[in-house]
Design a protein. Structure first.
Length: 412
């Protein structure tokens, strides 16, 4: 190290940041020499240097055939491999299938270029779920693979019960969300009581008020009723019913009629005994709350809701409806009449009937059916024409005029 006449070293031979100590380190990016870690950090801050070696930096020919240059190229290639492995691991953790993206037939485009369209890959059990939803006349809009709602959807077809098991999203009045699964043959009120149970003290009070009996005695009777229902569900010979007295046939008669499937049903499903249709379709409060089904893909900022009867099953509630991966049920203290009376500008929700009246069909950007054939239950005969009342002679005359008039006008 050269020194000045006074014995002090030159500034060019000292640390470029502090100018006190001799340099020990060199920046891989700009080759700035520093003496310590604080000086190196101060250099990056002052010069806005990343400190990462530039793989595209120019090297002389004599500098390429050196061990340091070989190590530099090897580290660069190894870094690329690590980034690819890290991206694959991240995609696998998120549930995105990227191994099959290059598969699929080539589709000819408008020009001479060809593009590959990946085939749709269904997860195990997904095909049965889509078939069950189609038979139930439910339009399911699929979210992109790897999205949160797609990963939360665990709906499937139950082979034992021969019905769908829906993943249900319940949104409470305070905004709390719960995602649970339930059979489509379950009623709305039963699912709500299961997911939002009452405290034990309130349940016991309700039993005392309804039956006028202590809770212990009510539980014993409930166990006896469950045992009787299990024995009644077992197949019994037809000869035994002939010897039963008339007093015992009256309570058993409605249960047998309700368990038998009606001949008009398109796809009979096992379900619990249901009340009459008028009571089933009645919009009434349950535990001071009302139930609403969310309609997705609408052109409004407010969620569009469909009132649900508490006594209805999810089979009837979801028929000819559209859901995004799985149904979303809002639990609100406001009745449908209260939602109608609120100001539309300040309203937090909108009913479907008001949305259909204000929005023109086809402008809400909704997606049609699952297979691109239109939403089930929507009348698609509007664009069709009744050809039974069309006069064929007039049609022929019009065609002759359109075909022969240009030829006659072209003649001199």
């Amino acid at each position: 190290m050269s020194e000045t006449p006074g014995g002090d070293p030159l500034l060019s031979e000292l640390c470029t940041i502090c100018h006190i100590n001799a340099p020990k380190y060199r920046c891989p990016r700009c080759s700035t020499r520093t003496c310590s870690l604080p000086c190196s950090r101060r250099h990056k801050t002052w010069s806005q240097c990343s400190g990462v070696r530039d793989p595209a930096a120019y090297l002389r020919r004599n500098e390429l055939a050196t061990p340091s240059a070989f190590d530099r190229d090897f580290n660069f290639i190894t870094g690329i491999e690590r980034s690819i492995e890290r991206a694959d691991r991240d995609a696998e953790n998120r549930g995105v299938a990227i191994d099959h993206q290059a598969e699929g037939g080539e589709v000819q485009g408008d020009g001479s270029r060809k593009r590959k369209r990946p085939n749709e890959i269904l997860v195990k059990g997904e095909a049965g779920f889509l078939r069950g939803a189609q038979s139930s006349e439910v339009n399911v809009i699929r979210a992109p693979k790897g999205m949160t709602r797609n990963k939360l959807n665990t709906s499937r077809w139950h082979p034992k019960h021969k019905c769908l098991i829906w993943t249900m999203e319940w949104i409470a009045p305070d905004g709390e969300k719960k995602i649970r699964t339930c059979l489509e043959s379950c009623r709305v009120v039963e699912a709500y009581n299961r997911f939002y149970p009452l405290p034990k003290e309130e349940r016991n009070k309700d039993q005392v008020q309804d039956q006028g009996q202590p809770p212990e005695q009510a539980q014993e009777e409930q166990k006896q009723d469950n045992q009787q229902s299990q024995t009644e569900s077992e197949p019994q010979p037809t000869t035994e019913t002939n010897f039963q007295p008339a007093e015992q046939e009256q309570p058993v008669q409605p249960k047998q009629d309700e368990t038998q499937p009606e001949p008009n049903e398109t796809h009979p499903r096992p379900s619990d005994p249901s009340p009459s249709e008028s009571q089933e379709n009645e919009i009434i409060p349950h535990r001071d709350v009302y139930f609403y089904l969310h309609r997705p893909r609408t052109a409004t900022k407010q969620p569009v809701l469909i009132p649900l009867p508490p006594a209805a099953t999810f089979i009837s509630a979801l028929r000819k409806r559209t859901v995004l991966e799985f149904p979303t049920v809002y639990v609100l203290p406001d009745s449908p009449d209260a939602l109608r009376s609120t100001n539309k500008e300040n309203a937090s929700f909108r009913l479907e009937e008001e949305y259909i009246q204000t929005e023109k069909p086809g402008e809400d950007g909704e997606i049609g059916g699952m297979d691109g054939e239109g939403t089930p239950g929507i009348d698609n005969s509007v664009s069709s024409v009744d050809l039974g009342q069309v006069d064929e002679k007039k049609v022929l005359e019009v065609l002759k005029q359109d075909l022969f008039e240009p030829d006659q006008a072209a003649e001199p």
